[in-house]
Ligand binder design. Sequence first.
Ligand code: BGC
Length: 798
Amino acid sequence: MRERIEELLGKLDLADKVRLISGAGMFRMAGHTGIGLAELPVSDGPSGVRGENWDEREPSVSLPSGTALAATWDRELLDEIGALIAAQARAKDVYAVLGPTINLHRSPLGGRHFECFSEDPMLSAEMAGAYVRAVQAHGVSACPKHYVANDSETDRFSVDVRVDDRALRELYLYPFERSVAAGAWMVMAAYNSVDGTTMTENSLLDEPLKGAWGFDGVVVSDWTAVRSTEGAAAGTDLCMPGPPMLWGAPLEAAVRAGEIPESAIDEKVRRILRFAIRVGALDGSPRPAPEFGDQRAAELVRRAAAAAMVLVRNDGVLPLRASAAGHTVALLGPGAADPRVMGGGSATVIPAHTTTPLTGLSAVLPVTHTPGVWLTEGLSAVAPELITDPDTGTPGLALRYLADGEEIGRQHRATGTLVLFGDATAERATSIELRTRLRAETSGEWRIGVGAMGRVRLELDGELADEGELTMSGADPVAALLHPPQRAVTRTLRAGQVVDIRITIENLLALPGLGVFLGLTLGVTPPRRSEAEEFEAAVQAARAADVAVVVVGTTEQIESEGADRTTLRLPGRQDELVSAVAAVNPRTVVVVNSGAPVEMPWREEVAAVLLSWFPGQEFGGALADVLTGVREPGGRLPTTWPVTMADVPVLDTTPAADGTLTYGEGVHIGYRAWLRSGVEPAYPFGHGLGYTTWELSDLAVSARTATVTVRNTGDRPGKYVVQAYLSRTDSTIDRPVRWLAAFATVTADAGESRRVEITLPQRSFEHWTGQGWAVEPGTFTLHVGASVTDLPLTAEVG
Ligand code: BGC
């Protein structure tokens, strides 16, 4: 390959080379016809492949999010998920998928906690390696991100993380190290700084990434993370998105002026060419895509979602027994009919369909439903079935792009939420117009309005109803794109009444380097009974049913890219609702639909608690499978769940006044910090119940291999995650009380015994000395069991 790369490089002049390392579009790497290289589309993201466009007309399969995937502790399942990701990428002509997200759960407040795998570097590294291998086995590049220490979102563009060398190596860099060892072809450099230097120019790109680890792929900047032209001399190889502002022409000039050596540019181009050859874009063709029909994709996502659900508490109510006559379920909570299948931000994809707990459970059990609590404070995107495009007569709306009053583009769109960025027509437009006909389903007071940024005009039935400016409230444009500020008016409508809506937006927000950046929501709030009546209706339904299932969770605003959380409490009156339901129905099952830990003050009052994470598009089916026992809840906690936020040992994500965020806890994050503090969490790392029982025995160790017998002592097949931790009593080093060294995931039939072999990797015994890796002489203690605090077997290891 080397000769081929040199031959191609020799054909390029400086301008060509600079073009190749500077993005061509929002999600496009540049090409060069002279060497037969077409432009290369890339796409987010970690939990589904959105494609180049943010458009419901090109739907994508929505997969379980990072915490869910890690909760499976199942590398083989990730092989299948990786194949599906590759298939989706190929179908959308995408060469690199911008994932997995492998920053760590340093604080549960971290806004992208849902997207990252775990608080533990070893579990994260295993999942990351499996993901990278699985996607790339099909010739599509993965792109582990964000290198490094982008573990929270507050001031993410500027925060300067101060982290000691040992914590950096043992914790934050480790998942990247293993991703590189798994063969990653691309790595994304983060927005933040580490030790005073922004990551796209940081020497950590040279050492250890490109040096000691031998990474020979492409370092791509996070979007707009390139901060200077001179910085191009450092380790970032590809500046995204395009067209570039700081690279491109200014970079070419800087090279011509001798400020940056051309050899530095050549090195980047070599990496891009190697990448292009690897993904089959230059020589040969991409590898054949794995076969995935809709049906097979849906089946896999449903199985994965169930394998990720963590049953943290069960008094025996689950699985629900086959429905006897009259056996009814009251399905309550805001997430029952309006769940969150994914987190917010760049990980968003637009699935062709989703199944809700309501649709999933109604298919198998007699269900009554009312939410009890509404979460959305503002308007929700209007349901497509309530609106009709006046031009086509089909569900949806008419979108027009206007330049000084002249129409320059027109589209039929099928949804009330639109995201216009990287949209070439929007770049030429001076205003955007949405037109639709809303049909009121029920009589009463409707709130009707718009979420956007710019100057907004709302007309109802041809009359001006509202007009004004909407501006960005926070500093993060991604947050503003996905949750734009809103304006609304109230109208009293009769059931069946139709209202003509026309919305125009002028002064479209454009960002330097990104162009028009506009999220649009046509929002409504239908008439509702009073909050008190709704709450009471849910309690009544619970009283009348045999079982109550309450689906609670966070909102789209709370768990999203661009901001950290400020509380771990569930929003609204959800806690109150669970307690009130539990008080009238002892068979209350709570499903927690969040991507990260929340406080569950009622957890001892209810019969069962099931954590669903953000499970992807097949939520409803997977939940029905797990609740009725068609499948076991297969998940184990990839992160500790606290009782209260006040208990969390490492919490703060707010930089100091000087912009630094100090990781003062060193290597003690997650369960390591909990063990050190002596405070009991609600549920420990690694915990999760299935539907059968187990016995663990006969631990034997030979050199670095541990063998243990796992026996399924229950009456149905099940999954056991054998977790192996190390500890060290006499040590001269500041160590965690214990740390995860290895794990194995096994299944066994009722009554079956399995002898499980676990290889303990060398790294699990090593610590970073500042100069290199070392093993402290003496013996370590191995602890084997089902969670970090349930470790019945021990042995000495040399
Ligand atoms: C995010 C990345 C993402 C990129 C492109 C950034 O804001 O941090 O994770 O891949 O946008 O959407």
